[in-house]
Design a protein around this ligand. Structure first.
Ligand SMILES: Cc1cn([C@H]2C[C@H](O)[C@@H](COP(=O)(O)OP(=O)(O)O[C@H]3O[C@@H](C)C(=O)[C@@H](O)[C@H]3O)O2)c(=O)[nH]c1=O
Length: 178
């Protein structure tokens, strides 16, 4: 696994290191030891699948509030998504900054996202499917979010969403905590 740091501390883009032969390839997609060597203490608690019928579907920007943050590792296993992370850790040098990357079944990249960050994506192809590993249990009463187009973050989405649910479309403007 190849780890590339992003502008946000603790958010890395992970690429496969493939062992290829005439059958195809083999690659690790998750390894506690390699994650640890790259500064990520991650234990899988849950694995989620998110299927989306149409390109232009936006889910996010979600986080789970303290005391049970929701670290995750996100991979697109069918189609393509533009995946986005916002740093919501007050006091972080990159507080309120975002990073994004195209994750696809073809490029097999994934993001590792620490607790305290909001996460979301927009699908770029029909029938895009996302698999993500969660490092903590889901706590419905701690689920929270910020709006995809909040000027506080100014995310540069590659396309305009055509499908978003009411909850995600109506998060109020974010109030900075400093
Ligand atoms: C996240 C989650 C949801 N659910 C339920 C709650 C609800 O009835 C149904 C659908 O949930 P949502 O509408 O919140 O699903 P969705 O909008 O896809 O939420 C996800 O968005 C992406 C961007 C993330 O980063 C994830 O962590 C998660 O927040 O599934 C669980 O049972 N377990 C879970 O872990």
């Amino acid at each position: 696994m190849k780890f590339t740091k992003t502008n946000i501390a603790g958010v890395d883009l992970i690429e496969l290191e493939t062992h290829e032969d005439n059958r195809g390839f083999f690659a690790r997609s998750f390894c506690v030891d390699e994650l640890g060597d790259n500064g990520h203490d991650f234990a899988v608690h849950q694995a989620n699948l998110s299927f989306n019928h149409h390109a232009g579907t936006l889910r996010g920007m979600h986080y789970q509030a303290a005391p049970v943050g929701d670290p995750k590792i996100v991979r697109c296993i069918a189609g393509r998504i533009f995946d986005v992370v916002i740093d919501l850790r007050a006091g972080s040098p990159t507080y309120c900054q975002w990073t994004g990357a195209e994750l696809s079944a073809q490029n097999r990249k994934s993001f590792i996202i620490p607790e305290g960050c909001a996460h979301g994506f927009i699908t770029l192809d029909d029938n895009s499917e996302v698999m993500y590993l969660m490092g903590a249990p889901f706590e419905a009463n701690l689920a929270a979010g910020v709006r995809w187009n909040d000027p506080a973050f100014a995310i540069d989405w590659p396309i305009t969403p055509s499908l978003i649910n009411d909850r995600d479309a109506n998060y109020p403007d974010y109030e900075r905590q400093e």
